[in-house]
Design a protein around this ligand. Structure first.
Ligand code: MMH
Length: 274
C-alpha cells in the first residue's frame, strides 16, 4: 500500500507525541482501515533552510526499504505546499530513553535483550548496506510489548518533556567519527558498546563536563566501570570488546550474539518479561 497516493484527508490527527527542529509527530488514525500510525510533519522551509532535502530523501528511501521487527516502519509519505508528512509505525511505549531515566539503569536481562535486538537490527541494516544509523537512546522506541524499534532516520524529535543536551553530544560517536574520518560499519559496533554501558550504569561511558573532555575520553578510550551498580564480569567483557579504538578489532555483530553474556541474559523474543 506504500504505492498509493496518501493525503492529509486520509487521516484523523490525534495528540502531538513530540516536537523537534523540523516539525512535530502526531498520533493519527488512517480513516478507512482504522490503523493507528505516527504522522511526522516536517516543514519544507526548515528543510530548504538547512539544505537537507537530499538527506531527507535518501533517509526516506532507506527507511521505506527496511523491514525488520526492530526497525520502525516508514509506510509512506506525502506533501502539501509547505509540509512533508511521514507515515510511520506507532510504537506505544515511546522513547527507551524515558524508561532508562525513570529506572536509572536497566537489569542485565533487559540490557542484554535490547543489545541483542539492536545487534540483529544492525546486522539486517548492514546486509542492506545501511550503516551508521546514528543510534542513541532518543532514537530507540518501544512498542506495546516492550520490543525495541530503531526509529532514527536522521530526524530525531524532541518530546515536550525536559530534554537533556542531546543536540551536539559526542557521547555516542566512535573515535573515527569524532575525528571525522571515513567511517564504516564498525562504528555501529562501538555505539553498541556505549549503549550497553549506558543501559547498565545509567550514564554513557565517556560523559564529561565539556565536549572537549568527552572528545579526549573517547580518543583515549578512557573506560572505567563504577563499583555500583554491581555489573557482571561478562557484561564488562562485552563492553570492553566493543569499545576498542581500532575499528577492525571490535567484536563483530555475529560474535556479539554468541557472547556468553548475551546468550545467558537476552530474551529470545526480544521482550524480556518483567
Ligand atoms: C511524551 O510521552 C510519549 C509517550 C509515548 C510516545 C510514543 N511515541 N511513539 C512513536 N511511534 N512512532 C513514532 C515516530 C513515535 C515518536 O516519534 N514518539 C515520540 C516523539 C517525540 C518524543 C517522544 N517522547 C517520548 C517520551 O516517548 C516520543 C510519545 C510520547
Amino acid at each position: 500500500s506504500s504505492k498509493r497516493q496518501w493525503s492529509i484527508s486520509d487521516f484523523d490527527i490525534g495528540k502531538p507525541l513530540g516536537k523537534g527542529k523540523f516539525g512535530r509527530v502526531y498520533l493519527a488514525r488512517e480513516i478507512k482501515s482504522n490503523y493507528i500510525i505516527a504522522l511526522k510533519v516536517i516543514f519544507k522551509e526548515q528543510i530548504e533552510k538547512y539544505r537537507l532535502h537530499h538527506q531527507l530523501r535518501r533517509e526516506m528511501e532507506i527507511q521505506t526499504g527496511l523491514r525488520h521487527p526492530n526497525v520502525l516502519r516508514l509506510y509512506g509519505w506525502f506533501h502539501d505546499a509547505e509540509r512533508i508528512f511521514l507515515i510511520l509505525e506507532y510504537a506505544h511505549g515511546g522513547e527507551l530513553y524515558r524508561q532508562l531515566r525513570k529506572l536509572g539503569h536497566l537489569s542485565e536481562r533487559q540490557a542484554a535483550t535490547y543489545i541483542a535486538s539492536l545487534t540483529q537490527a544492525l546486522a539486517y541494516c548492514h546486509e542492506k548496506d545501511v550503516i551508521h544509523r546514528d543510534i542513541k537512546p532518543e532514537n530507540l522506541l518501544l512498542d506495546h510489548e516492550g520490543r525495541l524499534k530503531i526509529a532514527d532516520f536522521g530526524w530525531s524529535v524532541q518530546s515536550r518533556s525536559k530534554r537533556h543536551t542531546m543536540c551536539g553530544t559526542l557521547d555516542y560517536l566512535a573515535p573515527e567519527m569524532v575525528e571525522n574520518k571515513a567511517h564504516d560499519y564498525a562504528v555501529d559496533n562501538w555505539t553498541l558498546g556505549v549503549l550497553c554501558y549506558e543501559f547498565l550504569y545509567g550514564v554513557p561511558p565517556f560523559e564529561a563536563e565539556s565536549q572537549k573532555d568527552t572528545f579526549r575520553r573517547i580518543m583515549k578510550v578512557d573506560l572505567s566501570f563504577p563499583s555500583t551498580p554491581d555489573v557482571s564480569a561478562e557484561a564488562k567483557n562485552l563492553i570492553t570488546r566493543l569499545l576498542v579504538k581500532d575499528s577492525s578489532k571490535r567484536l563483530s555483530l555475529p560474535k556479539i550474539l554468541e557472547h556468553p553474556w548475551i546468550v545467558k541474559n537476552a530474551d529470545p523474543m526480544g521482550i524480556c518479561p518483567k
